[in-house]
Design a protein around this ligand. Structure first.
Ligand SMILES: *Cc1c(COP(=O)(O)O)cnc(C)c1O
Length: 365
């Protein structure tokens, strides 16, 4: 019996990738705004429905760069229910994260609790479209306008998502996408910033290349966070198949819903009607009446060679590296969800038979 992992990277055929990288062996131009890189930026602007895209070596460096570029100081209101990257990028920029609780429905930041956390030091809101669920973008925009705050979205999970028909990257000042191997769309490692101000393209171009303007001028203490041509080539190939990949994920998602919707003690994350989804993850919440705890179910599935993830557990605010600086009991819903959530295997090539097998184990106790 073969193992079922929580995810599997999408890849083109070996032949398609070889064809795509062939000319690199002639041009010998491997990075620094190469042809593939530039073409991918154009194609992603189209696909993601935004005016400007800057590519990066990964999503984390993109997010780090966005915060650095905005030259923020002070406190940032954010969510503890996220991946390490979101909070680390804030802290690495010398900013103080202030954790806001999440809502029960879609696990994104609870916009109704943001204003209580605003102080005269607050400079921005960094929110996460968790599992591809759009945040309460209207409310966040209202708050940001009222208090003159920047809004940066961690859209690492939200590639291709639309809200009321509007592509997700059109909300906030800057959105970050991750193209890590485990995401819906990948460039092996990679990431991007999407934004509406065209002039920022040059700024991000400099920032990700050591702050170099030209041969004799370095304007900024920048970093090295460029996407190379082999990554961009993978991105061009994967973009050709993205609609098909998402359609296959949809079938997996629907099968899970069909089989688990009546399962006792299992709460599903049913996505909203006005959201065009990407089916990035399949989180379930294990309620008390299920009988087993989340950790027991995790173990039981693992014994059957099915590998799920406690994503996101622990809360970022409970990480060892943050040395108990934050009190996670102040975000009780996030804490509770983190203790109960399990993300089930989800990828385009997951067979519906495997979905059945997984659901049977979950239901049979
Ligand atoms: C994957 C991810 C990131 C980081 O992206 P990388 O490309 O892996 O650096 C940031 N935030 C969230 C929520 C993620 O899931």
């Amino acid at each position: 019996m073969s193992k079922i992992l929580v995810t599997q990277s999408s890849m083109p055929s070996y032949e398609e990738y070889c064809e795509e990288i062939k000319e690199l062996f002639d041009t010998k131009w491997l990075t620094n705004n190469g042809k593939k890189h530039n073409l991918l930026e154009e194609k992603l602007c189209d696909y993601l429905g935004v005016n400007n895209i800057s590519l990066f070596c990964n999503g984390h460096m993109a997010l780090y760069s966005a915060l650095k570029f905005l030259n923020l100081k002070g406190e940032v209101i954010t969510t503890p229910f996220t991946f390490a990257s979101t909070t680390h990028a804030i802290v690495e920029n010398g900013l103080t994260p202030v954790f806001c609780d999440i809502n029960q429905e879609d696990y994104t930041i609870d916009a109704n609790k943001i204003e209580d956390l605003i102080t005269d030091k607050t400079c921005a809101i960094v929110a996460v479209h968790v599992y591809g669920n759009p945040c309460n973008v209207e409310k966040i925009e209202d708050i940001a306008k009222k208090h003159n705050l920047k809004v940066i979205y961690d859209a690492a999970h939200a590639f291709g998502v639309k809200y009321n028909g509007i592509p997700i990257a059109n909300f906030g000042d800057i959105s970050m996408f991750s193209f890590h191997a485990t995401k819906v769309y990948n460039t092996i490692e990679g990431g991007a910033l999407a934004y509406s101000n065209k002039e920022w393209y040059q700024n991000f171009g400099e920032l990700k290349n050591f702050g170099i303007v030209d041969e004799e001028h370095v304007s900024n203490i920048g970093i090295n966070a460029k996407m190379n041509e082999f990554q961009a080539a993978m991105g061009l190939c994967n973009l050709r198949h993205i609609n098909e990949e998402i359609a296959k994920r949809k079938k997996v998602y629907e099968k899970y819903i069909e089989l688990l919707k009546d399962a006792k003690g299992i709460k599903l994350n049913i996505l909203k009607e006005n959201v065009e989804k990407n089916y990035a993850y399949f989180p379930i919440i294990i309620e008390d009446e299920y009988g087993l705890t989340r950790d027991q179910l995790y173990e039981k599935l693992a014994e059957n060679d099915i590998f799920t993830r406690k994503y996101f557990y622990p809360l970022v605010s409970d990480y060892d590296c943050y040395n108990k600086q934050y009190d996670s009991t102040l975000t009780p819903i996030a804490k509770d969800i983190a203790n109960r959530v399990l993300t089930l295997p989800m990828y385009a090539n997951l067979s519906l038979e495997d979905v059945e097998k997984i659901c049977n184990i979950i239901k049979k106790q």
